[in-house]
Each structure stands twice: as C-alpha cells, then as structure tokens.
Design a binder for this molecule. Sequence first.
Ligand code: PEP
Ligand code: MG
Length: 577
Amino acid sequence: MQSIPAISVSRGISIAPIFQFRNTPLIYERRRIENPLHEWERYQQAVRNSLTRLEQIYHQAVSEVGTDEAGIFHAHMSILQDPDLNEGVKDRIYSEKINAESALVEVSEEYCRMLEEINDDYIRARITDLRDVRDGVLRILLHVDDQQVKLAAPAIVAARELTPSECLLLDRHLVRGFCTVEGGATSHTAILSRSLGIPAVIGIPEHLLNLPNGTVVILDGYEGKIILQPDAETIQHYEGMQSRKRQIFNAALRESHRPAVTKDGHPVEVFANIANDNPQDLQEAVKNGAEGVGLLRTEFIYLDCDILPDEEVQFHKYKTVLEAFGNKPVILRTLDIGGDKQLPYLDLPYELNPFLGVRGLRLCLRNLPLFKAQIRAALRAASYGNLYLMFPMVTKAAEIHAAKAVIAECRQELEAEGCNIPTRIPIGIMIEIPAAALMARHLAKEVDFFSIGTNDLTQYTLAVDRTNSALADLASGFDPAVLNLIQAVIEGAHTQGKKTGICGELGGDPLAIPLLVGMGMDELSMNAGEIPAAKQIIRQISLREAQAVSRQALELETPQEVMALVKTAFPFIANYI
Ligand code: PEP
Ligand code: MG
C-alpha cells in the first residue's frame, strides 16, 4: 500500500478502479498537395462539423452543469470561428501547398508559443482551450472517433491533463473521481468537477499514468491523496468514513430547512456564499437551508465572461440570484478584483505587491465607469428580491463615503430614467484589514452591517500570503491574534447596534462555529454544502457553553491550542470534520 500526496481541488472520497484516459494519438504526415482549394474546402468542412459537435456538447453541458460552466464551449466556438486563425491556416495551405492538418497544427502552435510567453495562469488555460479546439478539428480531418473514451463501469479517471470537453464527454454517472498531473484549482476542469460534485485531486506524479486500467485506488479529496493498492483494512476504513459522512450529511440535510437555534434559544443566521448565477447551484443552496446569501462573489461572474460584462448582462445575472432567494437577503459584494484575482480583459498596471495594492473597493473608486455599471445593474435588479450591498477591502471611513456617493448618484440617475428602486437598500462593508477591525466601532457608524472576511483578515494579520503553499501551516483563522480581532469587530458593531456576519472560510469550519457563536457572531455564511452540518452543530451547543469556550480561546497562544480546546469541549463536532 502506498499513499501519494496530491492537491485537493474537489472534496469527497472515492474507491474505484483507475481508468487511464489517453487520447488516441492524432497522427498525420506533412504532405505537399496539388490543389489548395480542395484542401481549404476540406478544412472549412471540418470546422463546420466541429462547430455542430461543439453546439451539441454545449447543450449537453447546459442541462448537466448549467449555463455558466457550459460557457466554456461557447468560448471554444468563438476560437473555432476566429478569422485570424482560419485565415492563417488558409494562407499556409496556399503559400506552402501543404495539407490542412499540417497547416492547422503549425498555425495554432505559433499562436500557443506566443501565448506561452505571457506568464499568466488565465492565458495558460486558454492555450489548453486552443489545443482542445484544434484537436477537435484534427479528429474530423483524420476521421478519428472522439467518442471512443467510453467508461464501461464506475472509475476514477487519471490523465495528464483533462480539458473541459473531455471531462464532459465522460459519463458523469460512471466517473467517481478525477486525478491529473497538470491543472490548477481555478482551471475550468476543477470548476466543473466541483460543480458536478466529483472528488478530484491534481499534482499526481507522472508514474501514476502507467498504472494499469482496473487498479483499485482510493482518492481522498479531503486530505488530497491517492492510496495505491489499499489493503482490505484501509478500504474498510474509507468505506466506513464515506458512509458515515453520507449518513451525517443526509441526517443534517433532513433538518436543514429549520432555523439554527442553540439549546438555550439563541438564533444564528446561516447564509450561503455564492459565486455564480447557475440556477442549479442557487437551488442547491436553498435546499441546503441557506437563509440568505452572505456573500455573492460578483468577480466570479465577471471572470466567467470573456469580455467585460456590461450593465445589462450584470442586471440579468443579479436578478436571477435575487429571484432564486425571494425575500431572503442577498448580500452582493461589489467587484473584488486585484490581489490573486485578475480580469484578463482589464489592462491593470503591474503591482509589486498586488495583495497590498489597488484591489477591491480601492480599484472601483479609481475606475468609476466600471463601478457605476455594477452599482446601476444591482440597483435595477433590487426590486426582484431583497438586496444588500457590501464593499470589500475597506480601510477607512472616507472610502465608505465615496462609495455611498456613487450609489446615491446611480440611484438619482436611474430614478430620473424612470426606474423603480426600493427606498432602503442596506449597505455594509467587509472587515478584512486589521486597521478596519481595530476601528470597527467607528466604521460601524457609517454602515448597516459588517461581514468579516477571515481569508484576508488572516493573511493581513499574520503577514502570510494566502496563495503561498509554503506558508500554509502559518495561515490559520484559529490563530488567537485573528480571533481577538474578530471579537473586536463584533463588539464594535454591537456597540452601534449593528449586526456582523462572517463570510471567510472559517465561518463554515465545524470547529470554529462554537467560537464564532460564543463571540456573538450574528450570521455565518459558508459554502452551500457546509450549511446542513453547521446548523446541526449550532443546535447541539448552548450559547452559555460557547461563550465560556470562546473566552478561554481568546486567552490562548496558538491555533493548535484553540482547536484542541474546542475538540475537548464539544467532542461531537468530530463527526462533522
Ligand atoms: C475573505 O477574504 O475572507 C473573503 C470572504 O473574501 P475573498 O475570499 O473573496 O477574498
Ligand atoms: Mg477577501
């Protein structure tokens, strides 16, 4: 038995035989041809067939994973219709008198080389898309059937790299997991596997691609590892874990529509973090018991678009989210770009320290047309639900004043245009900068609510870049330094009679829940899948116990001590980890 570390990109456990996904090699010769017109027509016909095929995949994807995730195939169709690419192939066929296959590969590889020089994760993903589209046309030219990758039985699919279309060509009812050598947590394939609920890891070593088909492995998408040749005992252990997790989740799900109230009657709101307007995801959040949206990460809606989404596009997306939640609050966070989130179509200046640079509200206040388009879209959508607006990356009251002035200006413009906007739209800020946390009692006078972004608050408090895996062991939201700041924020808000929530990953962590409740957090917002368990945990603790434990935690010195304290005080929480 051997345990191989990998990086988890989609949680869950799978025990199944491996299936090596290998594309049939696309072999062709560079041939000189006599009739360029004939070759060009052959190429155009292959492009048309490929477009038809992509359209079919697109419709399949829409019904299986929703419009947002399916959008990638629309992008593939645009690549296929790119005039520069196609003219390039035509020129090559005519000027060099070579076959369409060679012309296509040579021209597309020149493009890829140009793109490779740009050191950017997003562009790298586009190279994969370009090759994926190119190979689709090549298969048609070479009469290679791309449907030959048929799973006959449930399997964990191993591959060097999986493109989104390959991912969807596989029967989702038979795929039990994905493990790949290449890829990234933000690749479209990782996004697809998460939305399909399929466990996945990346960064597996090359030699796993030599494992014979049918070798049984365990894919642990919680800890990020592959276990080879597991013995009977290990299989039993993981099967037990799987069925326990399923039972616990299902039991919690049956209660998820009920409010979360502690044993001594203290209610806590439990909301969902949402990153897209995919109706299936929105319905799942409601089904899991979300009492509202605590964080609508609008930048992911922008990231899903190939060009800057205009006011109209955004209006429809926000309206969809608001309608899905009816009269439940939806906290729309304005664009949080900068740091590790870049929009490829916005040509932003290079920064030496982007996490300490022009990101979040700072960026919006420096790009008013961009900011106004979003605010106008949100205000227009407001009458379709219960909208709250929230600004990220706020340091000072002056920024809040400036942002509120933009909202007032947009409201005035829209009302003059005859638009009906609800009179009261609560306005809040994220507390994710230590300075804002320390000044919370002052900032609370300026807004209706706070939401604590512990992902950033942790990185800024501990001076640990949240994307640096070498420092991952230092970056803990359980660090007493972070917990003491959280306590200061809650007290600051409550002094002014304002509510505060949390929307960082800590909010959905089972061990953090008693601490947050004990510190007086009014609302917890988390990934939709974490809601049923969080509500069950809240129902099994009392506010009094939670307060006592959180008071003790604030006096400790290390995150390890804090976690050990919670585990000892509430042993039942181990079931939910
Ligand atoms: C946070 O910083 O905790 C947060 C919720 O925002 P994001 O993770 O999107 O930066
Ligand atoms: Mg943040």
